[in-house]
Design a protein around this ligand. Structure first.
Ligand code: HDD
Length: 740
């Protein structure tokens, strides 16, 4: 056997096909520089080489043009193990094989115990300065711009689960402020299932898949969830929000966010104010309908992730206003009788308006999902001077839990050194060593007091930006495992939410309860759930009971007397249509000039046109080509916010190129996939339009041409003019049957 190993990578190794000569002198350049990102530069002390500046992470990982080992040795072959002859045994001495496989074996880290499935983006927060009277937080001063990283998530599902399941959504924001990192770790629902963090493992164990078979994935429609939330009635309010349309958002871009807890802000004079944080999306708050969410779960499980990334890439940068509801910091910590320390409560916006304090814009997608979205570590205890916590017992437990979980998830205590987690403020801590330590610390005295390192680092004071906890008086009391009496009201707030919903939202909520409870095997759980619903509202209870085929119980206590809060309904307002997707169903025989004009008009309105046709490629390849973005085989109604059926060309018009192609003349000729598209869009309350000849398709799909939200016109742009006002209201609500 020829043992001679080629010195040069172009040399032949006997017994296997000669490797293609590797062009040593003209290597392939790696792909261009990664898109610019908000500054993730590490603080000086973190430099692994001890240099004074941060390290360019991308360069560290991907420098030079050649494939190398982790130690930087250039490789000439990564496709074959080192063997004793081409058919012989693999040699243990193959360092590259062992390194490659070993690293692969350890590529996965534990997924988050909750909120495992998520998507994130970089952005900027611009402060209006309107909060300066109540907080000294530097990033909330007028005109300050702060880089941010925001991660949205579902709660129950695993990392690979579908985006559009019925669930709460996480809305976690990392503000890289000049005074250190501030994390606002909120949800799209303003209340929580439990009032005390000690119950968190219970609610999550109940919501996660059953421990025996590990089903169902990413949903609450099963016995253990309903068993817990019907026994533990403080969960009633959050559960009702989940069963409402809030549990199935249309897009991360169209969700509200809430800090949930009451926080304490402190201003430069030391005066304190209690606040609740709110994120208000510029595009409005919109949801899917249940059937749509279920279809998307199968057709495009990445729907929300894709929607966010596509919008940002297209330059349609989503925006939210950050706002606060403010309350006097009284010893009772209540507002208009509402206990501010109870995280199952909201304070209606009608009695405490949300006051805008800044604007969040998401403007860049992560370049690497694992490095950024997966490794980002949020913690409600990451606070900055001017923002402090309250004694909400749910928040207290969170302040412990988040830092603890990262140690398992990110493999040790040094997760703050991971680029996405690095603060943009200078770091000079006395934390040392530990797994994955990348800092090369200098000096000999990581302790205080010291004389050997010149007494450094120094402690700051109030005038030099120290974080000083507000000296709140702690009540003199006995140690007890108890909740305050005010935490015992579990029904008046859910009743307010129910009364605030529009009829169509109530109808959806009834359907959601009916669906979920029908998935429970235990009749006792369904019966108990009805008893809970009876205490929210008799109509809700009766309708769900009717759906389940069970008798509706009477409420065990008189119903709470509460005023509705109109701000809680998602229906009734008008919103910008930016980024909405209009499907244009066309045929080579259609009025292609009309399609072109419609496409331009959709773009001009800031929306996204998508041409759907029988086959891919281009319609009218001879003329000004119309590119097909979706074929009938690949298109599904759920991708579109509105559908327009292109009409037939006017008689004598031969401006289009498909001479032989004819639009369907009779209902029987319409492609069944188009029928599905149109009938689904109709059922899901979407605007539908069309011109000349579209009636044939509508008739075949069983859609009355005079139904609400079905519009015509004599051209594509004319149809669009009538579609836009419908899109502003998100859905054609009149189409949904309501009995409540
Ligand atoms: Fe939590 C993650 C939001 C209560 C324990 N939580 C997590 C995330 C969000 C929230 C958005 C995902 C962060 C990310 O994208 O990485 N959690 C909330 C809200 C709560 C809440 C709004 C109530 C108001 N959480 C809560 C309690 C506990 C936890 C009471 C435990 C006592 N949460 C965790 C956790 C997670 C987490 C186990 C999992 C991964 C992580 O922290 O980093 O520590």
């Amino acid at each position: 056997m020829d043992k001679a190993h080629p010195e040069h990578p172009t040399g032949d190794v006997p017994g296997r096909p000669s490797p293609e000569p590797v062009p040593v002198d003209e290597p392939t350049e790696p792909r261009g520089p990664l898109p610019p990102k908000p500054d993730q530069r590490g603080p000086d002390t973190v430099s692994p080489t001890g240099q004074a500046t941060g390290v360019d992470q991308a360069k560290m990982a991907q420098a030079g043009s050649y494939l190398t080992t982790a130690q930087g040795n250039r490789l000439y072959d990564t496709d074959h193990s080192l063997k004793a002859g081409p058919r012989g045994p693999v040699l243990l001495q193959d360092h590259h094989l062992r390194e490659k496989i070993t690293h692969f074996d350890h590529e996965r880290i534990p997924e988050r115990v909750v909120h495992a499935r998520g998507a994130a983006a970089h952005g900027v927060f611009e402060s209006y300065g309107t909060a300066t009277k109540i907080t000294k937080a530097a990033f909330l001063a007028e005109g300050v711009s702060t880089p941010v990283f925001v991660r949205f998530s579902t709660v129950l599902g695993s990392r690979g689960s579908a985006d559009t399941v019925r669930d709460t959504r996480g809305f976690a924001t990392k503000f890289y402020t000049a005074e250190g990192t501030f994390d606002l770790v909120g949800n799209n629902i303003p209340v929580f299932f439990i009032q005390d963090a000690i119950k968190f493992p219970d609610i999550i164990h109940a919501g996660k898949p059953h421990p025996d078979r590990e089903i169902p994935q990413a949903q609450s429609a099963h016995d253990t969830f309903w068993d817990f939330v019907t026994l533990h009635t403080e969960a009633t309010h959050h559960t009702l929000w989940n069963m409402s349309d809030r549990g199935i958002p249309r897009s991360y871009r169209m969700m509200e966010g809430f800090g949930v807890h009451t926080f304490r802000l402190v201003n430069a004079e030391g005066a304190t104010t209690l606040v609740k944080f709110h994120w208000k999306p510029k595009l409005g708050v919109h949801s899917m309908v249940w059937e749509e969410a279920q279809i998307v779960g199968g057709v495009d499980p990445d729907f929300h992730r894709r929607d966010l990334a596509d919008a940002i890439e297209a330059g349609a940068h989503p925006q939210w206003e950050l706002g606060v509801q403010t309350f006097p910091d009284t010893p009772e910590q209540t507002f208009e009788g509402i206990d501010l320390l109870d995280p199952t409560n909201i304070v209606p916006e009608e009695i405490a308006p949300v006051q805008p304090i800044g604007l969040l814009t998401l403007n860049a997608n992560p370049s690497n999902f694992f490095a950024e979205t997966e490794q980002v570590a949020f913690h409600p205890g990451h606070l900055v001077p001017g923002i402090d916590v309250t004694d909400d017992p749910l928040l207290a437990g969170r302040l412990f839990s988040y830092i603890d979980t990262q140690i398992t998830r990110l493999g040790g205590p040094n997760f703050a050194q991971i680029p996405v987690n690095r603060t943009h403020a200078p770091v000079n801590d006395m934390l040392r060593d530990g797994m994955h330590q990348t800092a090369v610390h200098r000096g000999v005295a990581p302790y205080r007091p010291n004389s050997l390192d010149g007494g450094c680092p120094f402690q700051a004071g109030a005038d030099t930006g120290a974080y000083i906890e507000v000296p709140v008086r702690v009540p003199e009391a006995e140690k007890v495992r108890q909740a305050p009496d005010s935490f015992a009201d579990h029904f008046s707030q859910p009743r307010r939410f129910w009364l605030s919903l529009s009829p169509v939202e109530r109808e959806h909520t009834i359907a959601a309860y009916t669906f979920e409870l029908s998935k429970c095997y235990e009749e006792a759980i369904r019966e108990r759930a009805l008893k809970v619903l009876a205490r929210i509202d008799p109509v809700l209870c009766e309708q769900v009971a009717a759906g389940l085929g069970l008798p509706a119980p009477e409420p065990s206590e008189p119903l709470a007397e509460v005023e509705p809060s109109p701000a809680l309904s998602q229906v009734g307002q008008e919103w910008p249509v930016d980024g909405r997707v209009v499907g244009i169903v066309a045929h080579p025989g259609a009025d292609l000039d009309g399609v072109r004009a419609l496409r331009s008009a959709v773009l001009e309105a800031g929306m996204v046109p998508m041409v759907v046709a029988p086959t891919g490629g281009r319609l009218d390849p001879d003329g000004d080509p119309v590119t097909v973005q979706r074929t009938f085989a690949a298109a599904r109604s759920t991708e579109f916010d509105a559908i327009v059926l292109a009409g037939a060309p006017s008689p004598g018009d031969d401006a289009h190129g498909a001479r032989d192609a004819k639009a369907p003349a009779t209902a029987g000729e319409v492609d069944p996939r188009v029928l599905l598209l149109v009938s689904e869009a109709f059922r899901h309350g979407k605007a539908i339009g069309g011109w000349d000849g579209a009636e044939t398709v509508l008739r075949a799909a069983g859609v009355p041409a005079d139904a609400p939200g079905v519009v015509g016109g004599d051209s594509g742009p004319a149809v669009l003019e009538r579609i836009v006002p419908l899109l502003r209201r998100h859905r054609v609500w009149e189409r949904f049957r309501t009995t409540v």
